[in-house]
Ligand binder design. Structure first.
Ligand SMILES: Nc1ncnc2c1ncn2[C@@H]1O[C@H](COP(=O)(O)OP(=O)(O)O)[C@@H](O)[C@H]1O
Ligand SMILES: CC(=O)N[C@@H](CCC(=O)OP(=O)(O)O)C(=O)O
Length: 262
C-alpha cells in the first residue's frame, strides 16, 4: 500500500503569506502524494467583524446563519481556495480546488438542532474516494475547502478538521493515510502559554483529562476528536504540528504531537 498525506492547514497559516509558502514548498519538495485541506476561519471572523455580522463559536465550531454561510462560501471556496491553488502552481504542482459540492465529493447532513442549533453546519456522511483517487493518480493535488453539500443539494459549513479526517478515513482503504494538522503552535501544549511544553504523544485518556481541566480548549478540541476518530477507522498516523515544521515532518524528524490510540 502506498502512502497518502492528508495535510490540513488552518487560519493562521493561511493568513500569513510566508508561512503558507513554506508549507506549500515543503509539500512540493516532499514529492509525496497529498490531499490538501484548508479552513480559514480566522479570515471569516475578521471579515464578519467588518461587515457587522456577529459570530459565535462553540467548542471550535461556528454557529452558521444564512448570512454567515454566504460569507464562508465566498471566503473558503473562493478567495482562500484559489490562493492556495495558485501557490501550488507557483511550486510547479498541478492542483485543483474543490468544495464538497464539486463532483459531490464530500456529502454532509445538517446538524441536528435539538441541543445546540449550529445553523447551516454539516456533518460529513459520505466521501467519494474515487474522485480523489482519480486526481491523485493523475498527479493532481486536490485542494479541498470546508464547504460541503447535503443530499438535497444545500451548501453547508463543515469544520475543516472534520473534512480532513473524513477524507483520510475514506482513503485509508487504498492507502496508508497520514493525517497531518498544521497550525500556528508547536503542537499540543501542556501549558498553552509555554511554546516549549509540547506533548510528544497524546492518548485518548490524556485528552479527556486535559479537556476537563481546560488545558485543551477551543479549536484544539475538534482537531483531537477527529484525529482519534480517524485512527480508530484505519488511518495510519495522526499528528499535529507547526506549519513551519512540515519539512521536518517529511524528513522524519517527528515534530509536534503524535496522536495515539493507546
Ligand atoms: N493545549 C493546547 N495546545 C495548543 N493549542 C491549543 C491548546 N488548547 C487550545 N488551543 C488553541 O487551539 C487553537 C487551534 O485551533 P484553531 O484556531 O481552530 O486552529 P486552525 O485554524 O489552525 O484550525 C490554537 O491557536 C490554540 O489557541
Ligand atoms: C462549522 C465550522 O466551524 N466551520 C469552520 C470552517 C473553517 C475552519 O475550520 O477553519 P480553520 O481550520 O481555519 O479553523 C468555520 O467556519 O470556522
Amino acid at each position: 500500500m502506498g502512502d497518502l498525506f492528508i495535510i490540513k492547514i488552518g487560519g493562521e497559516t493561511i493568513n500569513s503569506k510566508e508561512t503558507l509558502k513554506t508549507c506549500l514548498k515543503a509539500i512540493a519538495n516532499s514529492g509525496k502524494k497529498v490531499i490538501l485541506v484548508h479552513g480559514g476561519g480566522k479570515k471569516v471572523t475578521e471579515l464578519a467583524q467588518k461587515l457587522f455580522i456577529p459570530q459565535q463559536m462553540v467548542e471550535g465550531r461556528r454557529i452558521t446563519s444564512g448570512e454567515t454561510l454566504e460569507l464562508c462560501t465566498m471566503v473558503y471556496a473562493g478567495l482562500i481556495n484559489k490562493n492556495i491553488v495558485a501557490g501550488l502552481s507557483a511550486q510547479k504542482l498541478m492542483a485543483i480546488g474543490l468544495s464538497g459540492a464539486d463532483l459531490n465529493c464530500v456529502v454532509s447532513k445538517k446538524r441536528d438542532a435539538s441541543v445546540i442549533n449550529y445553523g447551516f453546519v454539516g456533518d460529513v456522511v459520505k466521501v467519494d474516494d474515487v474522485v480523489f483517487e482519480n486526481f491523485i493518480a493523475g498527479n493532481i493535488i486536490p485542494v479541498v475547502n470546508s464547504i460541503s453539500i447535503s443530499e438535497e443539494g444545500d451548501l453547508l459549513n463543515t469544520n475543516a478538521d472534520v473534512m480532513a479526517a473524513e477524507i483520510a478515513k475514506a482513503m485509508s482503504a487504498k492507502y496508508k493515510t497520514h493525517l497531518i494538522y498544521c497550525f500556528e503552535r508547536s503542537g499540543v501544549l501542556q501549558d498553552i502559554t509555554d511554546e516549549n511544553s509540547v506533548i510528544p504523544v497524546i492518548s485518548k485518556a490524556d485528552f479527556t483529562q486535559m479537556k476537563e481541566t481546560k488545558q485543551i480548549a477551543d479549536g484544539m478540541i475538534p482537531k483531537l476528536q477527529t484525529a482519534f476518530r480517524a485512527l480508530y477507522h484505519g488511518v495510519e498516523e495522526a499528528r499535529i504540528l507547526k506549519s513551519d515544521a512540515l519539512e521536518q515532518y517529511f524528513n522524519n524528524e517527528n515534530p509536534g504531537t503524535n496522536i495515539s490510540l493507546h
